[in-house]
Design a protein around this ligand. Structure first.
Ligand code: PEP
Ligand code: MG
Length: 754
């Protein structure tokens, strides 16, 4: 059954059109399940009816013609209930509707499953049998799997307007608003897939390095396959994930891997060349076999090898060049990919995966690139098409018509004018109307540009994410390289604080040269957990920071992902050690460094409950609202499927933030917020009312937030917070503060609904 399933899935994927995919599916399913009929009904939502789109077993002429209202028949019932219906005697069911034109009278058993995509019923897949029998669990799971496969194909066709027989695309698609702003440009699709034949054979004189690269690529592909298997299992019947297990076996097959390594070591081929040659040999052997099951493994092996090659190719950074501005589109835009596209050519970003607080989204906001995430689109067919990216409301418009285009061009002109207005004030100090001074600091590290662009505007750096330079390297940067980089940053902000966070890799920020394979990376080896396990890395980073601070008086250091007191204590001990070593070294040439202040990020909920104990070991706190929200609400900040429940204004998050502000006050500890909430006009108002006076945010938020602060009055905000804290939902709290933004004439900063 598994082989049959694979064949059908492949048939659906490879069919040149949706119509052919449906025909193939109907015919092959009828054969594989040994039933008398298999039919596909597609929803015509506006007219509230299903149309018989393909059938193998009913009167062929009825396909494309017969329609059935949503509220009629068993097909209608499957759609309304959004669940499978399995009947041994369908005509006896009260919902059964006899359709004379399709020749249905002779069938008794009925198994229908809804074809669902993103919570919508796109159609119904049905098998029927003359004799009366109950379909078993295997039949059910088989059909559910196929319906899920078909759903993707139909959704893509729907986007393309094919279902409505239009020759233009369904224009407006809704995703997640990941970075505000508007952009108009042609799509540029990043597809990492490489064909075997595309690999040029090359020799290498460093077999060790090539073997290492190979091992890393294998690990990464294993992770990719695990991810795919997981997604498959989540959405459909369990059996289908087995395909990926076959892939995993092939990938780790000792004979295959040994031959690749031999080709690298004994014949001096590069890793990619070795993969290509050995795979081609294996494919030839599989294809020559008489057993059809083994012959099929050739296809699997090709797929696995291509994944390996893609990973190998993209472990090196590429140089991209463009003649005109582009909107970057990819299955998954990562922070690294985004960082590699020349900034002056990148005007927008669309990612199928990822959500508002993935690091790619944060980087997009830091760079001021409008972004929409969490869509499901046939990427290959979008290349070079004109797009409008509306990052304010999370919409993507494909090939807009001239009047829509003109409307967006107009909106872009208005936004530019507003930016100029806000920018005109950005060098002024951020003092509220009632005279309270607020520090507005920069989150740096994600983009080199940001470190310099805000020199005259930011009050310092509140969060320097040191992991990003590590991510863009091919190996751990040396202590000397780190020192040079850190020194440049400290020197850029003389007499202003610069807070450097120790390495926060793991989660969605893996290092290419330190693959971490985990089922739950966000709950795994991340931040301080990893660096305390590698004191040599940690010490080397601390020493680089300290050395860089020679003759500068502005360094402070912050620990990420603190969960327990012992981590802070260990961090403190290592800082003492690093400081002694560097001080001694500098002392020999008559120089010295100040002992920096040490702070902890408050982003793991456990930290909220140990603040009094922690107060003895740290000099300040900084709230990472991105992770705090993720962990308090148990919502993956990267997952677009749960993006609508990731909410930094959730009463639980708001109360946690309030608690930190109060405890910091009690223990007389400086506290700041450095998550994305600090760069949100509503967020900053709420936080100011709670007592926060230091905010660190990305480059593009700074002018806007300063503009808001200069028009706000703490006295007016206080009663709003009192009321806000009593609300049991985020919408109520937000509406109170939105009302205030309107009142001070800043309604245009609220997400627009144009
Ligand atoms: C946070 O979690 O809010 C934060 C500032 O750190 P990062 O986004 O880098 O995890
Ligand atoms: Mg964090």
């Amino acid at each position: 059954m598994l082989t049959a399933l694979r064949q059908i899935v492949e048939g659906v994927t490879l069919a040149p059109s949706l119509q052919e995919a449906m025909h193939t599916l109907a015919a092959q399913t009828r054969k594989a399940m040994e039933v008398d009929c298999c039919s596909i009904y597609l929803s015509e939502a506006q007219r509230r009816r299903y149309r018989l789109a393909a059938t193998d077993g009913l009167t062929p002429e009825a396909a494309g013609k017969t329609v059935l209202p949503f509220d009629e028949g068993l097909v209608g019932l499957v759609g309304r209930r959004e669940e499978l219906i399995n009947l041994a005697d369908a005509p006896a069911h009260p919902s059964f509707k006899y359709l004379p034109e399709v020749g249905e009278e002779e069938f008794h058993s009925f198994l229908g499953v809804p074809i669902m995509h993103q919570r919508r019923v796109l159609g119904v897949l049905v098998v029927q049998q003359r004799e009366s029998r109950q379909f078993d669990e295997t039949d059910e799971s088989f059909l559910v799997t196929l319906a899920a496969q078909l759903a993707g194909r139909i959704a893509h066709a729907e986007v393309k307007g094919i279902l409505l027989n239009q020759h233009h695309w369904r224009r407006t698609l809704k995703g997640v608003a990941a970075s505000p702003g508007l952009a108009i440009a042609k799509a540029w699709i990043w597809q990492p897939k490489l064909e075997l034949a595309q690999i040029n054979l090359k020799h290498s004189d460093d077999p060790e390095l090539q073997c290492e690269l190979l091992q890393q690529a294998v690990l990464q592909v294993q992770m990719d396959l695990d991810g795919l298997a997981l997604r498959f299992r989540e959405s459909v019947a369990k059996d289908s994930g087995a395909i990926f297990e076959i892939y995993q076996h092939l990938l780790t097959d000792p004979a295959y891997m040994r031959q690749i390594e031999q080709a690298i070591r004994q014949e001096s081929w590069s890793a990619a060349s070795a993969v290509r040659q050995v795979t081609e040999r294996f494919i030839a052997q599989f294809e020559a076999m008489s057993d059809p099951y083994l012959r099929e493994r050739a296809l699997d092996l090709r797929d696995v090898a291509q994944r390996l090659l893609s990973r190998l190719a993209h472990s090196h950074h590429e140089e991209y060049e463009f003649d005109e501005p582009v909107v970057l589109m990819a299955e998954e835009v990562t922070a690294t990919l985004l960082a590699e596209i020349p900034r002056d050519r990148l005007v927008g970003m669309v990612s199928m995966r990822g959500a508002v607080n993935s690091h790619a989204a944060i980087l997009a906001r830091a760079l001021g690139i409008p972004a929409v995430m969490g869509l499901d689109l046939p990427l290959a067919e979008l290349d070079q098409r004109l797009l409008v990216v509306d990052g304010n409301i999370g919409e993507l418009i494909i090939e807009p018509n001239p009047s829509v285009l003109e409307e967006y061009q107009q909106l872009i002109r208005q936004a530019k004018a507003f930016d100029a207005l806000v920018g005109g004030e950005s060098h002024l100090p951020s003092v509220t109307r009632d005279g309270v001074r607020i520090s507005v600091l920069l989150n740096a590290g994600l983009s080199v540009d940001s470190e310099n662009a805000m020199l005259d505007v930011a009050d310092g750096i509140g969060l320097y994410r040191t992991e990003i330079p590590f991510m863009l390297h091919d190996s751990f940067p040396s202590e000397q390289e780190q020192t040079t980089r850190y020194r440049a940053i400290l020197a850029n902000y003389p007499n202003r604080p610069v807070c450097m966070r120790t390495l926060d890799v793991g989660g969605d920020k893996p290092l290419p040269y330190l693959p971490i394979v985990e089922d739950n990376p966000f709950l795994g080896w991340r931040g301080i957990r990893l660096t305390l396990d590698h004191p040599e890395l940690f010490l080397s980073q601390l020493k680089a920071m300290l050395r860089a601070s020679e003759q500068q008086d502005n360094l402070s250091i912050m620990l990420p992902m603190v969960t327990s007191l012992s981590e802070v204590q260990a961090g403190r001990r290592l800082l003492d050690q690093a400081w002694l070593e560097v001080s001694e070294e500098l002392g020999r040439r008559g120089s010295s460094i100040r002992y920096p202040s040490l702070g902890a990020m408050i982003e793991v909920p456990a930290a909220l409950y140990i603040l009094p104990e922690m107060a003895a070991y740290v000099d300040f706190w900084s709230v990472g609202s991105n992770d705090l929200t993720q962990y308090l609400l148990a919502v993956d900040r990267n997952n677009s499927r749960v993006a609508d429940i990731y909410d930094a204004f959730h009463p639980a998050v708001i109360r946690a933030l309030y608690q930190v502000a109060n405890e910091a006050h009690q223990h007389a500890k400086p506290v700041s917020v450095c998550g994305e909430l600090a760069g949100d006009p509503l967020g900053v108002l709420v936080l100011m009312a709670m007592g926060y006076r230091r905010f660190s945010m990305n480059l593009s938020s700074i002018p806007k937030i300063k503009y808001v602060i200069r028009r706000a009055s703490l006295e007016e905000l206080q009663p709003l917070l009192e009321l806000g804290l009593k609300q049991d939902n985020s919408a109520a709290l937000k509406s109170l503060f939105s009302g205030y933004l309107e009142q001070i004439g800043l309604a245009s900063l609220l997400p627009s609904k144009h």
